[in-house]
Design a protein around this ligand. Structure first.
Ligand code: NAP
Length: 555
């Protein structure tokens, strides 16, 4: 045992047979904040990260054009006032390299590096009922034990390449957007094919088109995409936000619906009116105002947009009409326009010149809606009997979202129960934080919480603080454990499905529903109650001395 560890044990002052008080899996924003909290408590803590750098999604997603589509001033840690003032973003929406610089800056600032272990992919976790601790195994053979284990594995971290017939026979270069190489990929003079038109693709396509000899886009479902309107960060806006950060953050937390309040460089409140009860003039004024602002601010538009088809249709038609104007060829526009599913029922995309890219001579679209990709050959992609020969295929085909990363770890809880069995049909977790039968195991940004529909930064900070208090409450002693009462988990699942049952999300085949992965049970994976409501529910979960949980102590 090293000196630092001995010192930490003295500080915590408990007997614990585990090697670590807390083992965190994943070095994204959530895992790093969890590490910071544990360090502040003086715990013996370790963070295992599969990659050779930190940042989670912003470490892996290095494809051309990768940038966050939540405003930088709102997509940053909110828990440290000094950090907020110290850091300056260069763009309204930070690009991947800047986000990586930020995350590394934070790791330095909070002195997190000594407890981060890179290149360590967790493969399994087994609960020991006698000691109330977890044994954690890794791909490189490092095994360890920890009293508490926090899965900060991300909800968009398990990239997927569909099992196309012949995919392994392809002889050209292949790339997956979510596992992009660190070195620049040069497309100059190459014919490139890209499969997929979700958020990753709409960011990558305009930049790849500028470089490639020819780009062919294989689109199954046309997305709804809003211009992002990225620009250098407006200094007046930065000054305004920094002058009122505490108030700004409180409004993000409690009065925002989705965790962001900036629209047209002003703080705003969500629109609590119905889209169909206001006059057409008022409705269009709201949509136009948000179109000018750009990005995802439609999530704070009329309150019934994701509940009422008629309301949703008004926005869908508005966006289709605006989109039509961006595409020169009317026939092509008809193929690119999204129809047949509600807007925002798949995650809204935000783009920079996506539709205008199809006005270029070196870009073509292949719709695979009625003629799916038949196979991949040594030379390219076959659709409707035609082979599209390419030097490069890019898979922008998304993620086994929300549950994918956790499900790939073999997790065995009380009574040898496998977590994937507990989650069969649909994931279950009290408040999205902890599952019955899996004591001392916490999920950040996991299923049954609302990471998918609110700013992940705000959600995960709130969850980290909840987990931090819960660990402190249950303790570190040998034999101590915490888990939800079965009825608490049941109640939460009933509540989650009740809140989500009328949502228009059910009407689209999206990763929100697990519907993008063949064979994955179709189920609502996230809580749709909004950030404020989730915060209230989790606070209630701590009331009356955590009566919703079973906290067992050593006899
Ligand atoms: P995605 O939205 O799931 O898009 C995957 C694309 O691949 C879809 O167009 C999908 O078509 C297509 N596809 C999948 N399997 C296919 C198959 N077998 N045949 C043909 N096409 C297939 O994935 P993503 O673009 O990586 O984005 C995922 C999420 O990550 C986003 O929703 C967003 O939350 C997040 N993200 C955020 C940013 C940002 O902040 N700027 C950037 C990128 C990603 P279908 O639609 O028909 O299934």
């Amino acid at each position: 045992m090293n000196v630092a560890v001995e010192k930490d044990i003295a500080k915590v002052g408990v007997q614990n047979s585990s090697e670590w008080d807390v083992l965190i899996v994943g070095a994204g924003f959530a895992g790093l904040y969890m590490l910071h909290k544990c360090q502040q408590r003086g715990y013996r803590v370790r963070l295992f990260e599969a990659g050779d750098g930190i940042g989670g999604t912003w470490y892996w997603n290095r494809y051309p054009g990768a940038r966050v589509d939540v405003e930088s001033m709102e997509y940053s840690y909110t828990f440290d006032a000094e950090l907020e003032q110290k850091w300056s973003w260069s763009e309204r929406y930070a690009a991947q390299p800047e986000l990586q610089r930020y995350v590394n800056f934070c790791a330095d600032y909070f002195d997190l590096w000594p407890n981060i272990q890179l290149n360590t992919k967790v493969t399994d976790a087994v609960y020991n009922e006698a000691t109330g601790s977890w044994r954690i195994g890794t791909e490189n053979g490092v095994n360890t034990t920890a009293k508490h284990c926090v899965m900060a594995t991300g909800f968009l971290s398990s990239g997927q390449i569909p099992n196309f017939d012949g995919v392994d026979s392809y002889q050209g270069e292949t790339y997956l957007t979510s596992k992009w190489p660190k070195e620049k990929v040069d497309f100059t003079g190459k014919t490139v094919s890209i499969i997929g038109t979700g958020s990753s693709a709409v960011q990558a396509i305009p930049l790849i088109a500028k470089e490639a000899e020819h780009l062919t886009v294989f689109q199954r479902t046309p997305p709804y995409s809003i211009p992002l309107r990225n620009e250098p960060l407006n200094k007046e806006f930065e000054k305004l936000v920094k002058s009122m950060y505490p108030e700004w953050r409180e409004r993000q937390r409690w009065q925002s619906r989705a965790g962001f309040i900036a629209v047209n460089n002003e703080p705003t409140y969500p629109n609590d009116k119905s889209a169909i009860e206001v006059s057409e003039k008022e409705r269009l004024a709201d949509y136009e105002m948000r179109w000018r602002s750009g990005g995802l601010c439609y999530y704070s538009s009329f309150v019934d947009l994701l509940q009422n088809q008629e309301a949703n249709d008004t926005l869908a038609e508005f966006v289709r009409e605006k989109t039509r104007q961006r595409i020169n060829d009317p026939e092509l526009a008809e193929l690119l326009l999204p129809r047949g599913y509600p807007i925002m029922a798949k995650r809204l995309c935000a783009d920079t010149g996506y539709y205008e890219t199809y006005n270029r001579d070196n870009v073509s679209l292949v719709s695979t809606k009625s003629d799916p990709i038949e196979k991949i050959t040594a030379r390219g992609i076959v659709v409707a009997g035609r082979e599209y020969v390419s030097d490069v295929i890019i898979f922008a085909t998304g993620f086994d979202a929300v549950t994918g990363a956790i499900s790939r770890i073999s997790v065995t809880g009380r009574g040898d129960r496998d977590l994937n069995d507990h989650w069969e049909g649909a994931p279950r977790a009290y408040l999205g934080l902890i599952s019955t039968g899996f004591p001392n195991l916490f999920f950040l940004d996991g299923p049954c919480a609302n990471g998918a529909l609110v700013s992940p930064m705000l959600l995960s900070e709130h969850q980290v603080e909840w987990v931090d208090r819960c660990i402190a409450h249950s303790g570190l002693e040998e034999g101590a454990s915490v888990e939800p009462r079965p009825e608490s988990e049941d109640e939460w699942m009933v509540h989650m499905h009740e809140v989500g049952k009328d949502s228009l999300l059910h009407k689209a085949n999206s990763w929100y529903m697990g519907a993008n992965i063949p064979g994955k049970p179709r189920a609502l994976l996230s809580y749709l109650g909004g950030l404020e409501n989730y915060r209230q529910q989790t606070e209630a979960g701590e009331s009356d001395n955590y009566r919703k949980l079973v906290v067992s102590k050593v006899a």
